[in-house]
Design a protein around this ligand. Structure first.
Ligand code: CMC
Length: 429
């Protein structure tokens, strides 16, 4: 097979090298396209474009395969912890025992926020969306660590920044929740590991210590792991894009949080639960919502279905559905929303509209059932996604630096006026 592609423009043929990943996928390297052919490429939504070289996550959307640093997601979700997964994604290797215990120790050491930062929360309205507070507070960390916001930090400085972020994101998340319910913020405890410490800061009060059911800790750990990376999705590409201008890691992650918030991306988990609640309030009539989603004149979509890359069952959704069942059984909860979700999924999978478009449940479809059972309010769901996705964002930002990627700067197909001349306001019609 030739290792180049030919592109003919205006009768002139030019060759472009084909580059191949370790997964066998081939891409046409079109650097120099404009120079050789006089044309740019156009790929709206980047559906056919590899934007970088990456060795972090492998995803086969047709087969429904997801691997972190080569390890199948099923093995990691079953056997690993969130802290170990973060270490793996960021450092490329599973840690040794001493490396893991040092990593965990640093997360506890750096968990608490600067007292000055806490006062910011007082200024937010208690009705403010937690994602707005999360992105602002993560960016605000840059102001507290000026020594970590250099354009080209050393490896040690990057490591410290990553630890500050991983340690503090769950504290910021818990503070946003406490703010909205008007309870005092809780300090992290030195004796608790990552997930338990987060649950403590969320649900303990000065007079009552929260003691989670092991099934809650296990379900939350699994969800965080399953969200930890997903290659070049919208928020990760945003982190890489912002980082490509040599913006610092705090600022780049804050931008990623904003990208994640959108309902077509991470914000879908909140929208799924709201949709299930709406169907429930509407008498459980799933058919009505399926028909609405199929109507081309109606912008309504079934939230939690479809994916740009998965054209098969999202392997994360399979895992999460089982975890949701296990958790509800362990806690003795009967949630009618789970029944509606299962019914909706069954009908969708048999419907030719969804079959033809290869629309399957995605990671966001069942996760809300778990968060709800844990007691996490709906508008915090995307914050939970952000905590989970943070190791991936950090790993990609570091990789971008290591690969010395150029600043992201796409071109456009200009569709505006060519030239117009200024008309003074009193002469305009
Ligand atoms: N319900 C109904 N129709 C849909 C849906 C849906 N959830 N998703 C896609 N379609 C239709 C869409 O209308 C289009 O139909 P047609 O070909 O007739 O115009 C076709 O399927 C292809 O859709 P698309 O918007 O071109 O596909 P995309 O790859 O650009 O979008 C998506 C992917 C995830 C944004 C989209 O499937 C969607 O909006 N899903 C609902 C939101 C959601 O659950 N997002 C979470 C994604 S997983 C978490 C993560 O972000 O990582």
């Amino acid at each position: 097979m030739p290792d180049y592609a030919k592109i003919t423009v205006d009768g002139q043929t030019h060759e472009f090298p084909i580059v191949q990943g370790t997964d066998g996928n081939r891409s046409i390297d079109i650097s120099g396209l404009k120079e050789k052919t006089g044309c740019w490429s156009y790929d709206q939504g980047f559906a056919n474009t590899a934007s970088c070289r990456s060795s972090i996550t492998y995803l086969d959307g047709d087969q429904g395969i997801l691997r972190y640093r080569g390890y199948p997601i099923e093995e990691i979700a079953d056997k690993s912890t969130f802290v170990e997964t973060a270490y793996l994604l960021i450092n490329g290797q599973l840690p040794t025992k001493p490396q893991l215990s040092e990593y965990s120790r640093l997360f506890t050491k750096h968990a608490n926020l600067h007292e000055g930062m806490k006062s910011f929360f007082l200024g937010y309205p208690s009705t403010g969306h937690p994602m707005a507070m999360l992105s602002a507070m993560v960016c605000a960390l840059s102001a507290y660590y000026p020594e970590l916001v250099k354009p080209n930090p050393t490896q040690e400085e990057i490591k410290i920044t990553a630890i500050e972020l991983l340690a503090k994101i769950r504290t910021i998340a818990a503070c946003t929740y406490k703010k909205t319910i008007g309870e005092p913020f809780m300090y992290a405890r030195a004796d608790l590991e990552y997930v338990n410490n987060f649950l403590h800061m969320m649900f303990s009060t000065p007079t009552q210590e929260y003691s989670p059911d092991p099934a809650v800790v296990s379900a939350l750990k699994t969800l965080l792991i399953l969200h930890a990376d997903h290659e070049q999705n919208c928020s990760t590409s945003t982190v890489r894009m912002v980082g490509s201008s040599w913006s610092n890691l705090f600022a780049s992650v804050s931008a990623g949080i904003c990208a994640l918030w959108g309902p077509l991306h991470g914000g879908a988990n909140q929208k799924v639960l709201e949709m299930l609640e709406q169907i429930h309030a509407d008498g459980g009539n799933t058919d009505k919502y399926i028909e609405k989603a199929k109507d081309p004149a109606n912008p309504f979509r079934l939230m939690g279905f479809g994916h740009r890359v998965y054209k098969n069952y999202d392997p994360r959704a399979k895992f999460i559905k089982k975890k949701a069942d296990d958790l509800l059984n362990a806690l003795g909860i009967h949630d009618p929303l789970l029944e509606i979700a299962v019914k909706l999924e069954e009908k969708v999978l048999k419907d030719s509209y969804f079959q033809e478009r290869k629309l399957y449940p995605n990671v966001d479809f069942y996760s809300g059932i778990i968060y709800k059972a844990i007691g996490i309010p709906t508008d915090m769901f995307t914050v939970m996604f952000a905590i989970g996705r943070l190791p991936g964002w950090i790993a990609h930002w570091i990789e971008l630096k290591e690969n010395k990627d150029k600043i992201g700067r796409p071109r456009q197909i200009y569709t505006g006026e060519m030239v117009r001349h200024y008309v003074p306001i009193d002469q305009r019609k």
